[in-house]
Structures are given as structure tokens and as C-alpha cells.
Design a binder for this molecule. Sequence first.
Ligand code: IPE
Ligand code: IPE
Ligand code: MG
Length: 275
Amino acid sequence: MEPLTLTDTIQSEEDKKLQEEVKSSGSIPNHIAIIMDGNGRWAKDKGNIRLFGHKAGVESVRDITESSAQIGVKHLTLYAFSTENWNRPSAEVNGLMKLLVNSLKNEAERLHKNNIKLTSIGQIDRLPESCQNQLQDVIEMTKDNDRLELCLALSYSGRWDITEAVKKMSQDVAKGKISPDDISDDLISSYLSTADIPDPDLIIRTSGEYRISNFLLWQLAYSELYITKTYWPDFRRNELYQAINSYQKRDRRYGNVKNGYTKKLSAAVINKIIS
Ligand code: IPE
Ligand code: IPE
Ligand code: MG
């Protein structure tokens, strides 16, 4: 039996039942990545400034992280701050950075007790020093945990990730460590910031926008997409279960066919059909 965790002690019977239903209705995605969008609009609808939305979004992060761990997701990547988000007014950026430090501080112990490992991807050295230090502390504290890996994408963009990989690869070619002929899908993946994380099975975007906004551009080649109108601060575990249910109904063909031709078609038959 798994050790009792803080999360398990507060989980309702109804929720446990729901999770069992989701688990028995199909496979659980190994890696879920989420574009957490709509905090500003959520706050605006309530007559508040955007920062209230960001603060409320932290509750969703906790609920989705814990329910993902409980249901058996092994990797959860959260797009928390994009490279382009640096262009927002400095008051909002400062507020977000302070919120990040506070949330990391407040959640560290809970993450650790729940056996969750924190990691990050992105241009971490662009974050204020207080953020970098706090982040590093929690990463260090949780490094041996293995129930779920929670990866925060901070100051991240897919194009930045690919650009960095190309730079490092060309340096290694120049040094003679690799030859241009070695460059393959797998080698490129191994140079990305996500080298140690499998590609996402399911990408969720909240707030109803049908775009990727420079998230995991290389890694999402065959991810299933789930888009919901719900704003991030309202996105909680029940909707996560709906997203997983939707994923379970998908037919992931990876470019192949399900019921292909079982017998060989002669050249004569092919020519006859296509002419
Ligand atoms: C997502 O919510 C959080 C971040 C991008 C940091 P937004 O701040 O983009 O909220 P909307 O999309 O403007 O409502
Ligand atoms: C994407 O949301 C980035 C994050 C969720 C961190 P944005 O709100 O920045 O994206 P756009 O501007 O709608 O494309
Ligand atoms: Mg947005």
C-alpha cells in the first residue's frame, strides 16, 4: 500500500469514486501540459484587477497538481510565464514574480509531502534573483520525489527552446562531438530543455483560445489537444477528469491507418483505381 499523504487525507469520497471511474474508463495520459490562460479576464469579470486572477490561479495549480498525482499522471507541465509575457506592463510582471516567490514558499512543504518533484524549463536566469533562489530551493528539496514531476515553464517559449538546442548542437558539431549526419529527431529532442521529459500526451488550454502561443512547439507533434472556455482560476479537478475522458476517446493514429489493407494490392489494381 502507498504511504498516506497529505492529499489523500483531504480527498473526498466522491472524488475518490470519480477518479476510479476515470481510471477504469481508459488510459491515463502519462504527460499533461497546460496553457493556463484567462486569469486577467476572470478578474475583469469580477470587477477586479488582473493580479487577483493570477492569485486565484494558484488555487487551480494546487488542485490540478494534486488530482493529477492522485489519478496517476506522471508528468505535469504548466505554462506559467512565456518569453512574450515579459512585454506586459511592469506592474503586472512584478506582481507575477512576487506571486511566484510566495506560492513556491507556501506550497513547498505540501508538494514535498505529496511526493511531487518540482522542475522548471525556460530562461530561468531572466527571473528576479529572489525567484531563482526560491525555485532552486524547492527543486532541491523535492529532487528525489517520484510520484509526479511538476515542471513549471517560466520565461519559456518553444522557439527559444529550439533556438538554444540548435546553438548547442552547432557548437558540438564545431567541436567534433557530433557530426551533421548524427542529427535526427531523437538527437534534437535530447538537446531541448525537455530532454528528460516524454512528449506531452495531452495539451489543455483554458479560456477558449485556439492557439499554442509558443508553448512546446517541437514536443507537441502528436499531442492531443483539449480546449475549454473555462478561465484558468475556475479550472479544477472535475474539468481535468473531463479532459482526460475526452483524451481516452481519441484514436491516436500517428499518421498510420487503423484498418489498412491486409492483402497486397498488385500494381495493376493500384493503376486501375488511380487512373
Ligand atoms: C494567463 O492568464 C497567465 C499568464 C499568461 C501569466 P492571462 O494573464 O493571459 O489572462 P488573460 O488571457 O488576459 O485573461
Ligand atoms: C500563454 O498565454 C502563456 C501562458 C499561459 C503563460 P498568453 O495570454 O500570454 O497568450 P496569448 O497572448 O493569448 O497568445
Ligand atoms: Mg492570456
